[in-house]
Design a protein around this ligand. Structure first.
Ligand code: 13P
Length: 340
């Protein structure tokens, strides 16, 4: 394992003012997103949309990395550049989602288990040769009556740690992503407890597998009220609870934490990240973003499947990338939204 290269890549992924665009939707997820704007999810439409994202002027300076999907990392721009080459040419790092989605957890109704370890080493070598500098694996933790179970946390965190060790062995930085879902009527305390239990188990498993933490990035969910909870925790509380949770669970050796948006609106995601970075807390890791929906949603709507709308869709992506880049520095101002 080349620790220095892993560390350099991990640090570049969380460079000040920059974050990561998650554009690694699987075919079923991409179909859901396209259905919402009435566009058919075929290979050419997916390629055209992803080309729009990676070629949007004014965005790559705020985007350290782009997480691609197996189909996407093999696609080319209309001008003929392989997507990973185009991304690297703009000074960003191509990444790749390598998990194979979730299955229902055996014997544990309502919970999920992430698959994809079989053949992972060979896939990573191929992706690395295609230009990937980092990978992503997402585990899903559900909050509910008696959930999450210890079995779900253990099985998923063990798999995440094994995935991370295989990545580092192949010279690829692992993003470790244990997503605690927002779905449900639970309050912020329940989210806090589930997130702490999950992150403690994750870092124990990573230590057990001898993963070099300086060459990893954590992709975390924020500590929030459940989507259907009647009491919505305000921005300052989300920022305080999320940072307290991370301080209690994430070792200082980790260079950075990037958040997923997980169903928050684009503006909420930016406000929460900004509040954490504006508070002047002396944190051991950088806090940044790796949003999918919160970066893409306005661009997807503006595009609407019409080539004539590409430029306005790209302006929407560039705006969200810029505002979130500012939020990594605690310099986002809400009035920028109104002016947009
Ligand atoms: P969202 O920001 O839409 O939650 O997606 C981020 C992601 O990559 C989840 O794995």
């Amino acid at each position: 394992m080349d620790r220095q290269t892993l560390e350099e890549t991990a640090n570049a992924m969380v460079a000040p003012g920059r974050g990561i665009l998650a554009m690694d939707e699987s075919h079923p997820t991409c179909k859901r997103r396209f259905d919402s704007i009435g566009v058919e999810s075929n290979e050419e439409n997916r390629r055209a949309y992803r080309e729009l994202l990676i070629t949007a002027e004014g965005s790559s300076e705020h985007l350290s990395g782009y997480i691609l999907f197996d189909e996407t990392i093999r696609q080319r721009t209309a001008a003929g550049a392989a997507f990973p080459d185009h991304i690297a040419g703009n000074g960003s790092i191509p990444g790749i989602k390598v998990d194979k989605g979730t299955l229902d957890m055996p014997l544990h109704p309502g919970e999920k288990f992430t698959q994809g370890l079989d053949g992972l080493r060979d896939r990573l070598v191929e992706y690395r040769d295609l230009g990937a500098g980092f990978a992503k694996w997402r585990a899903v933790i559900t909050i509910g009556d008696g959930l999450p179970s210890g079995a779900c946390i253990e099985a998923n965190m063990y798999s995440l740690a094994l995935y991370a060790s295989i990545c580092q062995d192949a010279g690829v930085v692992p993003i470790v992503e244990p997503e605690v879902l927002m779905d449900g009527a639970h309050d912020i305390d329940a989210c806090d407890a589930a997130t702490r239990a999950t992150l403690r188990a994750l870092y124990e498993a990573l230590a057990e597998q001898d993963v070099h933490l300086e060459g990893t990035v954590l992709k975390a969910s924020m500590v929030l009220s459940g989507k259907d909870c009647p009491r919505r925790a305000p921005v300052a509380e989300v920022a305080e609870r999320t940072v307290a949770c991370l301080r209690n669970t994430v070792p200082a050796a980790v260079p950075g934490v990037v958040f997923l948006s997980g169903g928050q609106t684009a503006v909420q995601s930016t406000e929460h990240l900004n509040a954490m970075n504006a508070a002047g807390w002396n944190l051991p890791w950088r806090l940044s973003f790796s949003y999918g929906r919160a970066l893409q949603e306005p661009a997807l709507r503006a595009w609407d499947g019409d080539a004539a709308n590409v430029a306005s869709a790209q302006r929407q992506l560039a705006l969200r990338a810029r505002l979130n880049g500012a939020a990594t520095l605690g310099q986002y101002r809400g009035e920028t939204e109104a002016a947009a």
